[in-house]
Design a protein around this ligand. Sequence first.
Ligand SMILES: Cc1cc2nc3c(=O)[nH]c(=O)nc-3n(C[C@H](O)[C@H](O)[C@H](O)COP(=O)(O)OP(=O)(O)OC[C@H]3O[C@@H](n4cnc5c(N)ncnc54)[C@H](O)[C@@H]3O)c2cc1C
Length: 419
Amino acid sequence: MVRMAEAGAARDVTIIGAGIVGICIAARLAEAGIRVKVIDRTGICAETSSGNAAALAFSEILPLAHKGMVAQVPRWLLDPLGPLAIPPAYLPSLAGWLYRFWRAGSAAKFNQAVAAQTAMMDLARGEWMDLMDASGTRTMLREDGCLELYESVAEHEASRPGWLERERAGIEIHHLAGEEIAQYQPGLSPRFVRAVFVPGWSNVADPAEIGRAIWRYAESLGAQWMQDRVVAVTHKGGQQRLRLESGGEHRTPELVIAAGAWSHRLTAMLGDTIPLEAERGYNTTLPGDAFDLRRQISFPGHGFVISPLATGIRVGGAVEFGGLERQPNFARSKAMLRKAADFLPGLKTEGGKEWMGHRPSLPDSLPVIDASNKPGVWYAFGHGHLGLTQAAATARLIRDLILGQKPAIPLAPFSASRF
Ligand SMILES: Cc1cc2nc3c(=O)[nH]c(=O)nc-3n(C[C@H](O)[C@H](O)[C@H](O)COP(=O)(O)OP(=O)(O)OC[C@H]3O[C@@H](n4cnc5c(N)ncnc54)[C@H](O)[C@@H]3O)c2cc1C
């Protein structure tokens, strides 16, 4: 720790974005003795990083553009409140992203993405355990695994290639049938005849709470906070100049852009065009006594999950394209809750709180973790469905880059110029 603290001494880094990615980076840089300032327009893990499903999904190594997923798309699009929605008016804006997404499903690109994601997930597990220990948050870790549920033998069989791919990467899984399933989660509808249990899957007690706890750790090491919105970024005279909504200007020699689904707006001002899209997701958080939930359960055919949190039972998922400005359509949260009540007949659906968040998504399901074309600027965003899972690993990699050390894993698959 002492050697690490010396490594970053006399360096100043500003981070735009106090989501889980920006907060983990703040902690890792502050540990290295760097003077850190975090700027966010709302608060600590107050947006997408507050309401996610709380999963450390280390087994999710497959890019979304794979055959099993793409095969479901036509059926999903037919249901206006189903797992996937693309408002027709938004389709022209999305065409380029969808084309890249389709290309990411080719055999060669798929295999490259699996290899990159496998390396990332190996790092992610170790880095989360290390950061939790350093920040005193290991008590928020839940290692109960995850149960994926299938309504037919055919649906389960169709999922097998994906499970085989994970097994090849050394991930332990257990296929279950009939009455075995109730040993992992009692009270399920009998419609679920097959399941897969993934023991290495973990969750955190609450994603917003762990974010706030890691921020307290970063603050204890000297990290500072500024609430403001960055409206413009320029690179001038070897410095980054941030124009703030409050009217002032903030200058910094080094800058990390970790602004989630809004990051591409800032990188464009520095000359880097990155095809980032918002995959909007919805949920409802019910009171903790809504159901005796033993672990996270997921319904891959319906695109949602149910997660046990310290603060309640969270029912959510779905993907809705539609950009950053469109108002939420909470009929989606309600549709998932109705399905959840069918799938868990004892679920109490009263007293829930609805939420919508923006997953920052790139077409190949890999984040951008890279230096910008401007010296002294670094990018850390685009983690899609896996931002909580990969936040600590991203922080480690950004620290490696800033300190000029060899990155813990090869970074070519995560480059900003790969598109
Ligand atoms: C329904 C749902 C379920 C999910 N479940 C999981 C899960 O179980 N596990 C998992 O790993 N991931 C999950 N995710 C994905 C995960 O939540 C995201 O990948 C992650 O939160 C992204 O974190 P971030 O720090 O990159 O962005 P954010 O949390 O969005 O933070 C970015 C911050 O930047 C700020 N910002 C943006 N622009 C500016 C600006 N110009 N000036 C100042 N501040 C700015 C914003 O205010 C925001 O606070 C889920 C997402 C959704 C929607």
